[in-house]
Write a protein that binds this ligand. Structure first.
Ligand SMILES: NC(=O)c1ccc[n+]([C@@H]2O[C@H](COP(=O)([O-])OP(=O)(O)OC[C@H]3O[C@@H](n4cnc5c(N)ncnc54)[C@H](OP(=O)(O)O)[C@@H]3O)[C@@H](O)[C@H]2O)c1
Length: 250
């Protein structure tokens, strides 16, 4: 029998790297998709070398993604049956829509929506072949509250949640289950951000925490617990939903 594998995009990101370690510790095989950076994955390289493969790819390039992905499947003989899509491009100019550079707007939309199309286009044929698949996409609480000075990000995240709803119907006959997880602020290590982005986040999140009934940001554990369940055998009926992890904040 072929070994099952989980695909994680944005695997060097805050959430992706945490998820990679947790799933490796529980004995899963992983196909980790990264973009430019891989520093967060260094500590798992020695420990779990046999259990994961890294694909370095720009998710907006479908041909490159499909070629590199097929190569890994051929080499490992693994059967991918779950996908966690965390990769994202954030805003970094923080301007109202009317003042936003059209090229930057398009870049964010392109990365967040086209990459979602591409990874699903790449993974779903494998899932269909085995009449089994579980998918978690990442939205954000901004899909329901908007994001002043972040129109491209908020529009693209809402688009991702709606791709999830659509695919839940399209792929139900292939026993593919898909949901979107939409967190509010997550407590992350922000040391890699530029000074201006760190200041923006600090100001934004200090205000946000005051509005959160549970008075804290989400932890990685909070996010992981739900995703693990959505991807598990226990979940055979929940599909097409968007789950908000916001400490009670609507
Ligand atoms: N962190 C939060 O507070 C928060 C709140 C709400 C929702 N979310 C959502 O939760 C998810 C995970 O967040 P996070 O904080 O872990 O994000 P993150 O640390 O910014 O990670 C995003 C990852 O996406 C990768 N990426 C960017 N452009 C790419 C491209 N063209 N092709 C392939 N990969 C690309 C980045 O790789 P490189 O660095 O190498 O470019 C990075 O590893 C995201 O979808 C985010 O929108 C996060």
């Amino acid at each position: 029998m072929k070994k099952k594998a989980i695909i994680i995009t944005g695997a060097n990101g805050n959430v992706g790297a945490y998820f990679a370690r947790k799933f490796l510790e529980s004995g899963q095989n992983l196909i980790l998709l990264i973009h430019k950076n891989e520093q967060r994955l260094q500590d798992i390289q020695q420990e779990f070398a046999e259990n994961f493969r890294i694909i370095k790819v720009d998710l907006t390039d479908l041909t490159s993604l499909q070629n590199k992905f097929s190569k890994v499947i051929k080499e490992t003989g693994w059967q991918p049956d779950r996908l966690i899509h965390t990769a994202t491009k954030r805003s970094h100019d923080f301007k109202p829509l009317a003042d936003t550079d059209p090229e930057l707007w398009q870049k964010i939309i392109n990365m967040n929506l086209v990459s979602t199309f591409n990874i699903l286009k790449c993974a779903i044929p494998f899932f269909r072949k085995n009449n089994y698949g579980k998918i978690v996409l990442f939205g954000s609480n901004v899909t329901r509250i908007g994001l002043p000075k972040g129109s491209a990000y908020s529009a693209s995240k809402a688009g991702i949640a709606n791709i999830g709803r659509t695919l839940a119907t399209e792929e139900a006959a292939s026993n593919i289950i898909i949901n979107t997880v939409s967190p509010g602020p997550i407590k992350i290590d922000d040391s890699q951000f530029s000074e201006s982005y760190r200041k923006f986040r600090e100001k934004y999140y200090n205000k946000k925490i005051r509005e959160i009934p549970l008075k804290r940001c989400a932890s990685f554990e909070d996010i992981f617990g739900l995703c693990r369940f959505l991807l598990s055998e226990e979940n055979s009926y929940i599909t097409g939903e968007e789950f908000f992890i916001t400490g009670g904040k609507i």
